[in-house]
Design a protein around this ligand. Structure first.
Ligand code: GLY
Ligand code: MN
Ligand code: MN
Length: 463
């Protein structure tokens, strides 16, 4: 899993850490193998006329740990560089291809269990050396009518597929000084050349459709990740004081995430304060907090390939000004009203209408400027990517997980507020996977009177 591999890379002591990586990896898959079998089965049902070929991530030449791409991980749960998976809907069988040794796996900080006992570990009935992929494809090509493969770019660590697609189009595919195609589209081209008699179709949306509805096992993992995120944000508020630099805030947050067993934040910790308020994804961490600042921190842990998205807004000095309070409470009221109306079958338009009714009953004047500036009803999906595949919900269904993230910004006042939690749609309503963060003005101000980790260490003369 990412956690162990990152530990591996965070030290130069190869031999010592090899032992850590191995001992910390008791289970090779993060979910039971039946979970992955069920996912493959669902994909098979969508492709009765052919077979899907999905490649795993290649090894990377960087100090980032090796991480599997999310679609491949979703379908078979193994971290193996240069692996391929065939899911054959016509013959109702699956095959995993890889070539590795136990030593090579360990040296990469990934599980050796898969390499030692691939069939038992993964539950995939056919496991063959990577070199056999060509022969197997020829056999399939002789029988199948359609070959499926994801046309969209693979989603790697800290990436989001759809944003990556746009980025690659702009900077590589359509760049007149570059013009390369993507790894995936190159493979499509090769398939079409080698199998001109077959149709080659995109199975991206089929996999993404599955990923959009979380299983019980995924939900349990995301609840756990959510609890870590809640702890990290709560500790962060306690630790914040005017005079601190934004990078110190990020350090506190990542410390708690890692201490609780998660990867550091799933995306670069976003901290907008002062003149950076309009930049909603600002992550330079270069400002020193001033008395009177309001701070927006958007961050969440990555736990075993699952991300959490949380934003808190709070005053650097622990006390909201009347203006900060007014705007903050408007965004919080929308966030809370959203939670009251989210349920299966709801559309964004219905959500907006019902939220407005609730706010009116609560005495809010919807003609106020901050309600006109407000953004946020159903946010983006959250899952293996923070901006998860499929965009965001248009009709809520049980098992969907997405961000409730209303936001109001007054750039001219250095005033921005965002209240964000990661929400699950249940059979009857919704569950806040990141419940428990002090959110009301009263609770935030009470919390910030307490000492956080830096103050405790300083008072004890330790740091
Ligand atoms: N965490 C990024 C976002 O909420 O868009
Ligand atoms: Mn966020
Ligand atoms: Mn978000």
């Amino acid at each position: 899993m990412r956690k162990s591999s990152s530990l591996f890379l965070k030290t130069a002591a190869f031999l010592v850490l090899t032992a850590v990586a191995v001992s910390s990896l008791s289970a090779a898959l993060m979910f039971d193998k039946s979970e992955y079998a069920a996912r493959r089965q669902k994909l098979m049902e969508k492709i009765p006329d052919g077979a899907a070929i999905i490649f795993g991530a290649q090894p990377i030449a960087s100090y980032y740990p090796y991480a599997q791409n999310n679609d491949f991980m979703y379908l078979c749960g193994v971290e193996l560089p240069n692996a391929a998976l065939i899911i054959d809907g016509a013959r109702k069988s699956c095959a995993l291809f890889f070539t590795s040794t136990e030593a090579a796996a360990r040296a990469n900080g990934i599980s050796a269990d898969v390499v030692k006992n691939p069939k038992e570990t993964t539950g995939i009935e056919v496991v063959l050396p990577y070199e056999n992929l060509a022969g197997q494809l020829m056999r399939i090509g002789n029988q199948a009518k359609v070959l499926y493969t994801p046309f969209r770019p693979e989603e790697l660590y800290r990436e989001a597929s759809m944003e990556k697609f746009m980025n690659l189009q702009q900077n590589m595919v359509l760049n007149p000084w570059d013009g390369r195609t993507t790894r995936e589209l190159q493979f499509v081209k090769v398939l079409k050349e080698r199998f001109p008699q077959l149709e080659v179709r995109d199975c991206t949306s089929m996999i993404w459709e599955l990923r959009t509805i979380k299983s019980l096992a995924e939900i349990e993992l995301m609840r756990k990740a959510g609890r870590i995120g809640v702890k990290a944000h709560t500790e962060l508020m306690k630790a914040t004081r005017p005079g601190m630099y934004e990078y110190e805030l990020s350090a506190v947050l990542n410390y708690i995430c890692e201490k609780e067993g998660a990867q550091e934040s799933a995306y670069g910790v976003i901290i907008s304060s002062g003149e950076n308020q309009p930049y909603v994804h600002y992550a330079e961490h270069d400002r020193q907090l001033k008395d009177g600042d309001i701070i927006v921190v958007d961050a969440g842990p990555d736990l075993n390939y699952y991300d959490i998205d949380i934003t808190i807004t709070y005053p650097a000095n622990g006390k909201f000004t009347p203006r900060q309070k007014e705007v903050y409470e408007a965004a919080l009221a929308v966030h809370e009203a959203n939670m009251k109306v989210y349920r299966p079958g709801l559309t964004p338009q219905q959500c907006r209408q019902e939220v407005e009714e609730i706010l009116k009953k609560q005495g809010f004047d919807l003609n106020k400027d901050y309600f006109k500036r407000l953004r946020g009803g159903f946010g983006h999906y959250v899952g293996m990517a923070t901006h998860d595949v499929g965009g965001g919900p248009q009709l809520l269904k049980p098992g969907m997980v997405f961000a409730n993230e209303p936001m109001i910004i007054y750039a001219d006042e250095n005033l921005g507020v965002r209240v964000e939690d990661t929400i699950l749609i249940t059979e009857t309503g919704c569950e806040n996977l990141t419940a428990g963060i002090p959110r009301s003005v009263k609770d935030i101000e009470a919390l910030m009177k307490k000492d956080g980790i830096p103050q405790v260490l300083k008072k004890a003369g330790l740091y």
